[in-house]
Design a protein around this ligand. Structure first.
Ligand code: PMP
Length: 399
């Protein structure tokens, strides 16, 4: 029965960590998976998370099931973080928020909703995008297509290509947009460009689906990083938005996130909520309780909330520092090449433009582990290793 099941290829991102583990060299550096590391290259549990966990233990919370839609205090906190606490959609109850299994599970729940209630609607993904978007949609039975995004010539945004492709998509399509810190390129539209994308969505009646995986983690400011979804709402569009607390609160393995439908009337929000709950019930029944309590505690206690923002700024700041240092080292090694794309990109990743063969050189010769598309996670780099990494990149570009 199972003999005909073929071996699956390793995951393009998580497979990099497996290869890294097997490398015995002292020089090895894992820049594959997007997980924050300290200057000592160790995983980091935020102090506010430890404090919130202690408070929860002291309260002696039980382990009963949550409702299908998740923890009420988390749901209101996450909606307020996304939209801002005084947003009219919250007051007018035009938002349906379900706690789900981090960013991935929230996207998957959204995809299941599209498959059932918007059948035949294709989702347009940036090319490139986070690889799992395609898996999530395909496995949910949702057709996806690409819109142009990255211009290899400029190592920047192919804005004209993006606009053309969104314009030529059939009316009422769904456009997946990265809320901030586009993965893998680190290139976001400017405010003027967001305005033009919103114009097109209005003109074509497209539904924007925001993937918000880095709010507060990219710039250090929760508000700045939520600019795009808030702006689209201001323009009168309805949106879907998936949120993740993996990076900004460092809750990776706790699987904390949410799916939001921000709609034009409370009636629709109520009906959509009832159907999304049905889908979640069959997918995983109800979401995990521990991480949601941590997030709700952090957001709900003003002193913890302030401390969280400081820690987020610390993480964002450390990444900006190594980004600048890597740029400086590369300029020292080859002043003729324009390396400015490194400091222009934001967030956790840098899209280097290294070809698959050059990436192989990075790994085989220099023990630097990264995804084949040329993406490196700046969060896995420290000051001490920037010079080594710059030399490896420079050498690989010359190969
Ligand atoms: N979307 C994007 C763009 C991401 O980069 C990630 C994490 N790498 C996610 C969603 C989801 O992550 P998680 O499921 O851990 O929240």
């Amino acid at each position: 029965r199972f003999t005909s099941v073929e071996q699956a290829p390793p995951d393009p991102i998580l497979g990099v960590s497996e290869a890294f583990k097997a490398d015995k060299s002292d020089l090895k550096l894992n820049l594959g998976v997007g997980a924050y590391r300290t200057e000592e290259l160790k995983p980091y549990v935020l102090d506010v998370v430890k404090k919130a966990e202690k408070a929860l233990l002291d309260k002696g919370e039980n382990k009963e099931y949550l409702p299908i839609e998740g923890l009420a205090s988390f749901r209101s906190a996450t909606a307020e973080l996304l939209l801002g606490p005084t947003h009219p959609a919250i007051k007018e109850k035009r938002i349906a928020t379900l706690q789900s299994l981090s960013g991935t599970g929230s996207l998957r729940l959204g995809a299941s909703f599209i498959a059932r209630f918007l059948p035949g609607t294709a989702v347009y993904l940036s090319n490139p995008t986070w690889g799992n978007h395609k898996n999530i949609l395909s496995d949910s039975g949702v057709e996806w297509k690409n819109y142009r995004y990255f211009d290899p010539e400029t190592v920047g945004l192919d804005f004209d290509g993006m606009m053309e492709d969104i314009k030529s998509a059939p009316d009422n399509s769904i456009i997946m947009l990265h809320g901030c810190a586009h993965n893998p390129t680190g290139i976001d539209p400017t405010e003027e460009q967001w305005a033009k994308i919103a114009d097109l969505c209005i003109e074509k009646n497209h539904l924007p689906f925001f993937d918000v995986a880095y709010q507060g983690f990219a710039s250090g400011s929760l508000d700045e990083d939520a600019y795009a979804p808030r702006y689209f709402l201001e323009r009168g569009l309805e949106i879907i938005a998936a949120q993740s607390y993996s990076k900004n609160l460092g809750l990776y393995g706790e699987r904390v996130g949410a799916l939001n439908f921000v709609l034009s009337d409370s009636n629709s929000a109520q009906r959509v909520m009832s159907q999304a709950k049905r889908l979640a019930r069959a997918l995983y029944s109800n979401p995990p309780v521990h991480g949601a309590r941590i997030a709700a505690e952090v957001v709900g206690q003003p002193d913890l909330f302030d401390e969280w923002r400081e820690e987020m700024q610390g993480m964002a700041g450390r990444i900006k520092t190594v980004r600048q240092k890597l740029y400086d080292e590369l300029v020292k090694l080859n002043g003729d090449k324009d390396w400015s794309f490194i400091t222009n990109q934001i967030g956790m990743f840098s899209f280097t433009g290294l070809s698959p063969a050059q990436v192989e050189n990075m790994t085989k010769k220099h023990h630097v582990y990264m995804t084949k598309d040329g993406r490196i996670s700046m969060a896995g780099l420290n000051n001490a290793k920037t010079e080594y990494l710059a030399k490896a990149i420079d050498d690989s570009f010359r190969n």
